[in-house]
Design a protein around this ligand. Structure first.
Ligand SMILES: Nc1nc2c(ncn2[C@@H]2O[C@H](COP(=O)(O)OP(=O)(O)O)[C@@H](O)[C@H]2O)c(=O)[nH]1
Ligand SMILES: [Mg+2]
Length: 390
């Protein structure tokens, strides 16, 4: 076994956010993506569940997932509205929450979109739409590409608003679809390694995935590869218990490679279907920690030569464009196969989904829309784009 040195994992600092207060001038533009994501939530529900009234009484204490919030970064998060796992996805509630959050800015933005589609030859209107896209964190180059497509179509054919809307739609799909890959759990066992900075939502996403796999009748083992803090393993253990998943951990400070090796050995001897490996949060700028990811990968391959079958980067959706450099550096450290964007329920920066596809050519496979077990959705480009444009 190629040992990964114990204690090599150091505490990572919370990722730097821009810290600037909200600029009132941006609010209208930012509102777009909140609206978009809200609609997207409704449209991307693969497993649509009927809306239920929230119970007036709390779930029994033993059923609760009291995960320790590990230094959440970025914008303030919404408080959870229901106990994990016991309720269907509150899609109607989420949509309502988005609507409430938007207020006046929502109608202001809709006006600017309509203005562009009604008068596409109006440079000022096009500039305003470009600004709105940039403020929604699609990235400058992607915003320019989209606006250019509209400008060209308007010049060529004098197309009307409806046609321009479909030009914009197609251009967005041309960005998303070529890199899109659905999240699929192939492999025996299917080995999923989850990486990202501290607080991005790795452990929570793992818990949600465990929930999903268990609902599909698969056996799951969770490996506590984040050995830096005991609380990290405990948080994962709560998810393991709640989802009735098998669980492997070692003492705080233990060699993460040892945890992973033991976990895979156990999964193979027990014929588990799925192994999900949690890893310590690490800043993308800390080279030794990033190199450790390559070592962990080698440990996995000692037991499962074709693994990991999926290496998922968990990105905090509230980071917007700041998440882009993270993604690029993680991808250099260990080959990523997909991205999960979390906390899209609490941000207006969901445009980063387009930037990830356009600039990094990485597929966004999953989106996190809340803290509860069922708040994880498959990403679907068409639903995303249609939600944006209609
Ligand atoms: N609102 C919201 N909160 C989330 C989401 N995913 C994770 N979180 C919260 O973000 C915080 C950090 O998550 P955690 O899984 O501990 O991050 P880790 O350090 O990467 O393992 C916790 O408070 C989670 O409940 C999401 O999709 N929406
Ligand atoms: Mg964690």
């Amino acid at each position: 076994m190629d040992p990964v040195q114990a204690g090599e994992i150091q505490e990572t600092e919370p990722p730097v956010t821009d810290g600037a207060g909200p600029d009132p001038a941006l609010v209208g533009g930012l509102a777009l993506v909140v609206l978009v994501i809200g609609v997207m939530v409704a449209m991307t529900l693969r497993r649509s569940t009927p809306p239920l009234e929230l119970p007036s009484t709390e779930a029994p204490a033993e059923d609760r997932v009291d995960v320790e919030p590990s230094e959440p970064v970025g914008e303030e998060l919404q408080a959870p509205t229901a106990e994990a796992g016991d309720l269907p996805a509150p899609s109607v509630g989420l949509l309502e929450r988005f609507r409430q959050a938007l207020g006046r800015s929502r109608s202001a933005f809709q006006q600017s979109l309509e203005r562009v589609l009604g008068r596409p030859d109006d440079d000022e209107a096009l500039q305003a739409l470009e600004d709105a896209l940039i403020q929604a964190d699609v990235g400058v180059s992607t915003a320019q590409r989209l606006i250019e497509a509209v400008r060209v179509a308007a010049r060529q054919s004098g197309a009307d608003g409806q046609e321009l809307r479909s030009v914009l739609r197609q251009e967005m799909l041309d960005i998303l679809q070529p890199v899109h890959r659905p999240f699929e759990a192939d492999g025996s066992p299917f080995v999923l390694m989850v990486v990202g900075v501290n607080g991005s939502g790795k452990t929570t996403t793992i818990g949600k995935l465990a929930h999903r796999f268990r609902e599909d009748g698969r056996t799951v083992l969770l490996a506590a590869g984040d050995t830096f803090r005991a609380a990290a393993a405990e948080q994962l253990q709560v998810w393991a218990e709640r989802t009735e998943a098998d669980f492997v951990r070692l003492d705080e400070g233990a060699d993460p490679g040892a945890v992973i090796y033991q976990a895979l050995e156990r999964a193979q001897s027990q014929s588990h279907d799925v192994v999900i490996i949690d890893t310590a949060g690490r800043l993308q700028t800390r080279k030794p920690l990033m190199e450790q990811l390559a070592k962990i990968r080698r440990v996995i391959q000692k037991r499962v030569p074709d693994g990991p079958h999926e290496t998922l980067l968990v990105l905090d959706g509230t980071m917007g464009q700041n998440g882009m450099s993270q993604a690029a550096l993680f991808n250099e450290a260990t080959p990523l196969t997909g991205v999960a964007v979390t906390k899209l329920d609490g941000t207006a920066k969901g445009g980063m989904v387009l930037a990830i596809a356009a600039e990094l050519e990485l597929p966004v496979k999953l989106v996190g829309l809340g803290e509860q077990a069922r708040d994880l959705r498959d990403f679907e480009p068409e639903a995303f784009v249609d939600a944006l444009l209609s």
